[in-house]
Design a protein around this ligand. Structure first.
Ligand SMILES: C[S@@+](CC[C@H](N)C(=O)[O-])C[C@H]1O[C@@H](n2cnc3c(N)ncnc32)[C@H](O)[C@@H]1O
Length: 237
């Protein structure tokens, strides 16, 4: 596992949200981040085109895995861009979208196919509901090792036997080499040090993801790729 640092996301510079800290962004950081995002943009269409194309491809890949499943849970849905696209690609879907930052879902509030639940999984939906398909898109990076274990265990304990994690926070030999070179150049003062910016989360290797899912009780874990940076980790029991 490797820590990573980031300066901005979606054109919002983190230094304009809060002063950089060595702690992971809190719920209030994300809430302030989303406030700034909604000050700057009025809707999905105003966001970076390449990012929207990428999210569209993520939604298409999720949709291709749904088959006849219609009762979907998304954990950590953010602004709901993927969920919104999914309901357009597949009008039969009913998506429950959980997100800790209450204001984040502003642009999907009026989508009748998405029910937004504010809070943290599993506390915010204690009554066990039978979802046919459950995924967490791009939230794995927020968890340290024991939090990731606890989170995955809570998914298993909830009764979810098939779980999809979509992750961009992964590293392989090539990424490790790039980090190492940046560390040396940063140490020599040639470029900014890699820990310049807000501590944003953790990168994991595919093996670390797999081991975490096995520790939680999944018995079959398959990883596929989308583009160069995204992996789809499917855990089954
Ligand atoms: C990078 S965003 C991804 C949002 C969305 N799934 C997407 O792909 O566009 C990460 C989201 O995780 C949420 N988050 C942070 N801690 C979380 C936790 N413990 N459980 C679930 N979501 C969390 C944040 O509020 C943020 O909206």
């Amino acid at each position: 596992m490797k820590k990573f640092y980031q300066l901005e996301w979606l054109g919002i510079y983190f230094k304009d949200v809060e002063a950089f800290t060595t702690l992971l962004p809190s719920k209030s950081f994300y809430t302030k981040f989303y406030e700034k995002l909604f000050e700057k943009y009025n809707g999905f269409d105003e966001l970076d085109e390449a990012w929207l194309v990428y999210k569209n491809n993520v939604a298409k890949r999720i949709n291709s895995q749904l088959k006849n499943k219609t009762n979907v849970l998304s954990i950590g849905s953010g602004i709901g861009v993927v969920e919104n696209t999914l309901t357009k690609l597949n009008p039969n879907l009913r998506i429950t979208a959980i997100e800790p930052s209450e204001n984040a879902s502003k642009w999907v509030k009026d989508n009748p196919k998405i029910s937004i639940v504010d809070g943290y999984f599993p506390k915010c939906i204690e009554r066990v509901r039978n979802f046919d398909f459950v995924y967490a898109n791009n939230i794995d990076y927020v968890f340290n090792e024991h939090e990731y274990d606890d989170f995955l265990k809570s998914v298993v304990d909830y009764g979810i036997s098939e779980f999809l994690i979509i992750s961009t926070a992964n590293y392989n030999t090539w990424v490790s080499l790039k980090i190492f070179i940046k560390e040396i150049l940063g140490f020599m003062g040639i470029i900014n040090k890699p820990d310049n910016g807000q501590f944003w989360g953790y990168l994991r290797s595919k093996q670390e993801h797999k081991e975490a899912l096995y520790r939680a009780g999944f018995t079959d874990v398959q990883i596929t790729k989308l583009g160069t940076d995204t992996i789809f980790i499917k855990g089954k029991i």
